[in-house]
Write a protein that binds this ligand. Sequence first.
Ligand SMILES: [Zn+2]
Length: 292
Amino acid sequence: MDVFKTRVGECRAIAISQENYFMETKGMEPFVVAEGGHRRLYAVCPECDNPVRMVGLNRRELDAGHRRPYAKHIKRDVPGVAEYDGKAYLECPYSDPGYHLPSATRRPPSDPTGRALYRIMRDRFDRVEYAWRRRSGIRLGVKGLRKALTLWRNDKAWLNYGSSYCNLPQMLFMGLPEQNLYGQCVLRDGAVARALAGLGDVRLEAVDFSDSYVRISTTRFVNITFTLGPASRRKTGEHMTESFPLCLLSDGRQIGGFIHVDTDPEWFGGILNMPDWHENRRLLGLAADVLG
Ligand SMILES: [Zn+2]
């Protein structure tokens, strides 16, 4: 993996470099320790909350296959950093994305990663919604969001090993029944607006609250909906993203090709941890009401 974090239960993914590692750990114990005469640099996997070890922050450690420093899981506890959880490791998308498929098994209810995902959805729902809207181009009203969040809660979706820190916005909608887009807003410059603009029955109307969005309306009764399918994982070197196919439908027939709503761990972590964020109290109130 090409990202790390320093605390279990936190949604962050920091690019691995000497500078970033030092800024986050200050070079202190328990992250930087001497073991058997060797300097060891530890951190936490951004996805599965297991301990990882930095490789190649000293360039001489790098082998021929790696030109950049990376982190790899270690299968034991690192006191003060993270405890090893073998099941979470096997389910981690970084453990072996080549053949790995999200499994049907679930985290135990007490699982710390699952509990952290639940808290993020409840306490920072406005940020999750913002990330969803920017990545997908779809800005749903409170009613549609409440429906999705209620299904997420009733499914206990945070216990799925497929749910991770970086895909919370996508997992909120993945596998849900068709969501109606009539009267909803979409990003004016986004792929969804482009696909809908080609349909004779659909109109995209200006809205008064923003120049960036347009509202979907139709000239006759036609049911415009969307669904979101399961992710495929893409690994380029140590960098991993997940791609969720979004399907636009008109009266049950697909419009155009799939639109890919990709994850971006660093970008999403940045939004979740942005210090000068303007809270959307309406959305936070909704999340508190549903997930209380
Ligand atoms: Zn992991």
